[in-house]
Ligand binder design. Structure first.
Ligand SMILES: *Cc1c(COP(=O)(O)O)cnc(C)c1O
Ligand code: SF4
Length: 451
């Protein structure tokens, strides 16, 4: 079965990255920059990424190096200088952390109302490891899955990794989750997310799924999704790791129980599809009857290129995966470093989309996950003499909003939904309902937060 040799997982973070052999190519200034920025953004990189994905001959421009290693420009000058001075003055751990937290609070750590709006309440208790925003789908953040094999420097989940406890979503009790789902039969999809749930050992993962495996869940769950970047950061999870077969066994059991199991694989660059390990891992997952859907944001310095996307989608389909979402970089963290104007993002999507056959066009986007919902940029168009963005909800807090096109004033600099203003009308059609809902949700949450 497993004819590859086992691979020992090794991850490096801020305290030991200087011992990575490739670091001898970097200048002292570059190493210091990693330290400065790495104290603000989470930093962790696995030996697989170092040895198999990064091209060290060209590391400064290498997309995977940029994806995983902190870069000086991720912090604005003011923040960079603040942290650099703090470190140069030989500040202690506590002081460094205080400065880091101060900077982080200025970087919108909870975009799209994640904390205030989407955390459901069950029997008077906030389910802090759960988010329920779109009617059919519940996100679950198992507390054992709140880390990843490597960290993406753009990640909007970054507050979870930084040790600010109150910012952390986590919940041990599958029990409460299942009880919530029993009362919410409109929910058909349960999405395990994190961090990366595939960081879990198979026996821990099984614990969370027990009610679904033993048939006692009594919910209306039909699809179980697993959001994971493990195929890009540690594919050995499904090939040579000690629990690889056991993990795949769980997938197969779920499929046999009649669940649609969908592995939502995060791939940001074609090089992540190129290794023997990932190809083997994909094959083994598919062999369990699990489907693999793919998604990624489009990011400056990483994948801001239409040819790269068409190649990536085509390759994914050749590996029997299903392209699913292209996201717009969110308004959090080092947004200024990764962001791309919406118009350019749409151009990248459109030019890539028209190069591939209909089989690859299962992909949707570019999509912004913002407070009212997932908003797709359909394009830039001139209507009655006025240049506008044509937009559409792929998902909405209110399901009635889904599929309805609407317009925003053209703005060549807009990079995110909040930059947009309604065209032709004073308010977006959903604005009034949205404001009302937000108020109610915040009120009800405050009640639970402060009582
Ligand atoms: C994207 C997302 C989902 C899943 O949406 P689908 O369109 O069904 O893939 C669910 N919940 C939240 C909060 C999301 O952002
Ligand atoms: S793997 Fe996913 S959760 Fe982890 S850092 Fe990357 S984007 Fe964030």
């Amino acid at each position: 079965m497993n004819n590859l040799l086992p691979h020992k997982y090794k991850a490096y973070s801020l305290h030991n990255f200087r011992s990575i052999e490739y670091m001898n190519r970097l200048s002292e200034q570059e190493l210091f920059d990693i330290e400065v920025v790495g104290n603000v953004f989470p930093f962790k990189v696995s030996n697989y990424v170092l040895d198999e994905l990064i091209n060290w001959d060209n590391y400064q421009d290498d997309p995977i190096f940029r994806l995983t290693f902190p870069h000086r420009d991720m912090l604005v000058e003011e923040h960079y200088n603040l942290m650099a001075e703090t470190l140069k003055n030989g500040a202690g751990k506590l002081e460094v952390r205080t400065v880091a937290n101060q900077i982080r609070t200025e970087l919108n750590p909870h975009p799209a109302g994640q904390m205030k709006l989407n955390v459901p309440v069950f029997n008077g208790q906030r389910l802090t490891g759960v988010q329920h925003k779109y009617r059919e789908t519940v996100l679950f953040f198992p507390s054992s899955g709140q880390t990843c094999h490597s960290y993406c420097t753009f990640c909007f989940r970054w507050p979870q990794f930084t040790g600010i406890d109150e910012l952390k979503f986590a919940m041990k009790e599958t029990d409460l989750l299942v009880k919530y789902l029993q009362q919410h039969h409109e929910v058909t999809d349960l999405l395990f997310t994190g961090g990366d749930p595939m960081i879990m050992k198979a026996r821990v993962f099984r614990k969370y799924l027990e009610p679904f495996l033993d048939g006692t869940h009594n919910t209306n769950i039909q699809t179980i999704r697993i959001g994971s970047k493990s195929l890009a950061y540690w594919p050995y999870k499904f090939t040579t790791d000690a629990d690889a077969d056991e993990m795949l066994g769980i997938f197969r059991e779920l499929v046999d129980k009649g669940f649609n199991v969908s592995f939502m694989a995060h791939f940001s660059h074609p090089v992540e599809l190129s290794t023997e390990a990932v190809q083997k891992a994909v094959e083994r997952i598919l062999a369990t009857g699990t489907q693999i859907r793919t998604q990624s944001p489009v990011l400056r310095h990483i994948n801001d290129n239409a040819n790269l996307w068409s190649k990536m989608w085509r390759q994914q389909v050749n590996m029997n995966m299903i392209p699913y979402y292209m996201f717009v970089e969110r308004d959090t963290g080092a947004q200024h470093y990764f962001e791309i104007p919406l118009e350019e993002t749409w151009e990248i999507f459109r030019q890539a989309y028209r190069k591939v056959s209909g089989i690859c066009r299962t992909v949707r986007g570019p999509s912004m996950s913002c407070t009212p919902g997932k908003v797709e940029v359909l394009g830039v168009q001139k209507i009655a003499g006025q240049k506008v963005f044509v937009l559409r909800f792929i998902q909405g807090r209110n399901p009635n909003w889904v599929g309805r096109p609407f317009f925003a004033k053209y703005d060549p600099e807009a990079t995110w939904f909040n930059d947009l203003e309604p065209a032709f009308e004073k308010h977006f059609f959903f604005q009034h309902e949205m404001d009302k809902e937000t108020e109610e949700a915040i009120e009800s949450n405050n009640k639970y937060l402060f009582n």
